[in-house]
Design a protein around this ligand. Structure first.
Ligand code: HOZ
Length: 423
């Protein structure tokens, strides 16, 4: 495979952009080699700067539920371009998107639009503190809620990929406001609340973890978090940036029947443009400025292009509710009969091939995966034209554009890897 253009671009990028990338996982440090620089994409396929084509299982890390460039979304964006790209003032479309989100997501009675998942989580935690008058946050090891100072303690995603326990630049006073506990371990949550329950403002959790690879909640885990927070007057925040509108139209909270107080959303709700949101109980949301004392703002919040893409995306999901059953089937097919020594964790269209005999239920277990073998697996697939996330600690994402032929081709590439590993 000729990758001369990607190599040249990477060398050039490293002169002007730290590490040559604008987000660390993209640099391929988790798998070695040169990251592909992409030029264009359509449906389930993506093409790099050298013209090599790949079946894309990153799907921009989740937003592309209908694949690349779904026509209704592209047409909608084109239609608003001539009206203006940013007003820094309210628009009718923001109200429409807010109403669509409220209609779909069980916990959301009011919603505030922002531009990234990081912003959404940062703001939701601030709101929880402002509402409860308490300072501590409980999070789970290996979960990632954006690069928020206080939430980078034992975080997944890029920190897991680079094996960083935490980050430079965060004052200890900030990390001291966070209690990091093992995912899927209710006993440790009970213990933390017994000790400091009157100081804990909130628990923030990925209801299906996607940032240490895909790790589903064990039966009773989310229900337990709901019960414990209610007992202690703390808020429960579901970070549904990945799972929102992906696992069901109402997200993981609808799938598992557990309703949090606040929910953060991103990715799919922007239809591939930068848009995110946080929402929840109206009495809590009314504490946000200008209605309440908790401040949060943004010049590009509710940006007309992003909001239009989001509306088109959510309208498509309203009209195509069958998509989730189809994605479940595609996911099950892809996950079936993995190579020996590989445990596939999957919830619907989110999955991870862990190079670990399994089970993988938390960050400690995920970290015991054979990352060297994952790197070999990744590169063999890449050479065959299959683009998986370049890290053992990220979930891969399916879209409705992935065809049976894509899945069959991918499975044959996986079988070739398994055969070569056996030889
Ligand atoms: N942290 C993102 C997924 N967990 C990756 C972002 C990116 O590199 O685009």
């Amino acid at each position: 495979m000729n990758t001369a253009q990607s190599e040249a671009l990477f060398a050039r990028a490293k002169q002007s952009i730290p590490g040559g990338v604008n987000s660390p996982v993209r640099a391929f440090r988790g798998v070695g080699g040169t990251p592909r620089f992409f030029a264009r994409a359509d449906g389930s396929h993506i093409v790099d700067a050298d013209g090599n084509e790949y079946i894309d299982y990153v799907c921009s890390w989740g937003p592309l539920l209908f694949g690349h460039r779904p026509k209704p979304v592209i047409d909608a964006i084109a239609s608003v371009l001539e009206l203006g790209t940013s007003f820094g003032a309210p628009t009718a479309r923001e109200v429409e998107l807010a109403e669509l989100i409220i209609d779909a997501v069980p916990s959301v009675e009011m919603v505030r639009l922002v531009s990234s998942g990081t912003e959404a989580c940062m703001s939701a935690v601030r709101l929880a503190r402002g509402f409860t008058g308490r300072e501590l946050t409980v999070k789970f090891e290996g979960c990632y809620h954006g690069h928020v100072d206080s939430l980078l303690v034992k975080a997944g995603s890029g920190l897991a990929t680079l094996s960083l326990p935490d980050t430079a630049g965060v004052p200890s006073r900030f990390s001291e406001t966070t209690i990091a506990l093992p995912y899927n371990d209710l006993d440790s949550v009970e213990t933390a609340f017994r000790k400091q329950g009157d100081q804990i403002a909130c628990i923030i959790v990925e209801p299906v973890a996607g940032n240490m690879g895909c790790i589903p909640p064990q039966p009773g885990f989310l229900e337990g978090l709901r019960r414990i927070t209610q007992q202690h007057g703390a808020l429960l925040i579901f970070d549904e940036v990945m799972t929102g509108f992906r696992l069901t139209r109402g997200g993981a909270q609808q799938l598992y029947g557990v309703v949090p107080d606040l929910t953060t959303l991103g990715k799919i709700i922007g239809g591939g443009l930068p848009l995110a949101a946080y929402g929840g109980r109206a009495d809590i949301m009314r504490k946000i400025a200008p209605e309440g004392p908790v401040y949060q703002a943004g010049t590009l919040s509710g940006n007309p292009l992003a909001v239009t893409a989001g509306i088109a995306m959510l309208r498509q999901l309203e009209q195509h509710r069958e998509i989730y059953a189809a994605l479940e089937q595609t996911g099950a097919e892809l996950a079936a009969e993995p190579p020996p020594e590989v445990c596939v964790n999957r919830v619907g269209s989110m999955l991870t091939f862990f190079f670990h005999p399994g089970p993988v239920r938390n960050y400690e277990e995920a970290k015991r995966s054979d990352t060297r073998a994952f790197g070999e697996f990744f590169h063999r697939l890449l050479d065959r034209g299959v683009y998986f996330p370049p890290s053992q600690f990220e979930a891969m994402f399916l879209s409705s554009a992935h065809t049976p032929a894509d899945i069959a081709f991918t499975k044959s590439a996986i079988s070739e890897f398994a055969a070569a590993a056996r030889a």
